[in-house]
Design a binder for this molecule. Structure first.
Ligand code: HPA
Ligand code: ZN
Length: 334
């Protein structure tokens, strides 16, 4: 009997969104920091009904107060890798938000070295290939983004790309054209959140002005047939996060999710967990949920997994190996 979900690449995962309630309590206890409750179950209950993206971000940023040292960041990353391995993740391209930590007085070096030391050894320790993508907080604006990129460049070997996250509406991709050009000139991969709460225009700007290789979320592109045709023709991957979309009310309920239509229309859609400690599950749980609530069979799950490997910024020989593992998974009877 093979695993119920395929081997996969996880391409949309915020490491700060993997802080499980138990770790939150342990770190808060150690440092004598306040929390709304010391009971992990009570903390988790607060996550169940976010009104929108901003309501989630308020809780998410508040919880990050417990991350203070290089060791904390190392422990956070290791906790994710433990769970990712069990979820069938072969490759993880992991977002982190340095501005929020530096803004609280944590040295940038502690953040990057703590995460990077866990991920650098991940292939040997966990059988997971892992790399970091530095995200700009769009609500802090373009100058702050340029400042953090400049500050991080001495640590350039520890990350492979840049992304754009946090509050979307009101902070269009066009604001970040210059910092993305800087990143391009450093040879960094470029991705951006667009089309989660923002409309199709945000997706178009991310493609035309930021020259992103992938779009994070992108579900609202489905409102614009011309944009869908372009995403298909250019084979732009979309890193879709089904459970996140339900928790943040980007869709009403999972059975309404556009993922099957995205596949039907030939888009390179992938399945990811976004902030699994908050949104009810890791990537395997997202695969299981779309199989159950959207009726996706093994062939469609395998297509999503192949898309994730195609969309990864990983060496061709690794991708060939992972494609082989997906083919084996597909061949085995469930
Ligand atoms: N959207 C935007 N920013 C984020 C998210 C998200 O889902 N998760 C963490 N930062
Ligand atoms: Zn995200």
């Amino acid at each position: 009997m093979s695993a119920p979900t395929p081997p996969t690449a996880e391409l949309h995962l915020h490491v700060e969104g993997t802080i499980e309630a138990e770790l939150l309590v342990r770190l808060a206890d150690r440092d004598g920091l306040p929390l709304p409750s010391r009971d992990p179950a009570v903390l988790r209950e607060r996550y169940e009904h976010f009104a929108d993206l901003q309501a989630f971000l308020d809780v998410y940023y508040a919880n990050l107060a417990v991350l203070r040292t290089e060791e904390d960041f190392h422990e956070l990353a290791t906790g994710y890798l433990d769970r990712a391995r069990a979820a069938g993740v072969r490759r993880a391209e992991v977002f982190f938000d340095p501005q929020t930590h530096v803004g609280r007085g944590v040295p940038l070096e502690a953040v990057i070295r703590g995460l990077s030391s866990a991920f650098a050894a991940a292939e040997e320790t966990h059988g997971v290939s892992a790399a970091l993508i530095l995200c700009f907080l769009r609500d802090l604006g373009p100058e702050a983004a340029e400042e953090i990129l400049r500050a991080a460049l001495p640590l350039r070997e520890h990350f492979i790309g840049v992304g754009l996250d946090s509050a979307e509406v009101g902070y269009p991709p066009s604001l970040f054209t210059r910092v993305y050009a800087m990143a391009a000139s450093e040879g960094l991969h470029r991705v951006a959140h667009a089309g989660e709460e923002g409309g199709p225009d945000y997706v178009r700007e991310a493609l035309d002005l930021l020259h992103v290789a992938r779009v994070d979320h992108g579900i609202r592109a489905m409102e614009d047939p011309e944009l869908v045709a372009r995403l298909r023709a250019e084979r732009i991957p979309l890193t879709v996060c089904p459970l996140s979309n339900v928790y943040l009310r980007a869709v009403d309920a999972l059975p309404d999710h556009p993922l099957p239509r995205m596949l039907d229309q030939g888009l390179v859609a992938t399945v990811n967990s976004d902030d699994p400690a908050y949104f009810g599950g890791y990537v395997d749980e997202n695969y299981r949920a779309v199989a159950r609530d959207l009726g996706l069979d093994r062939a469609r799950l395998a297509q999503l997994a192949r898309n994730s490997v195609d969309a990864a910024f990983a060496p061709a020989e690794d991708k060939r190996r992972w494609h082989g593992e997906i083919a084996e998974w597909t061949a085995r009877a469930g």
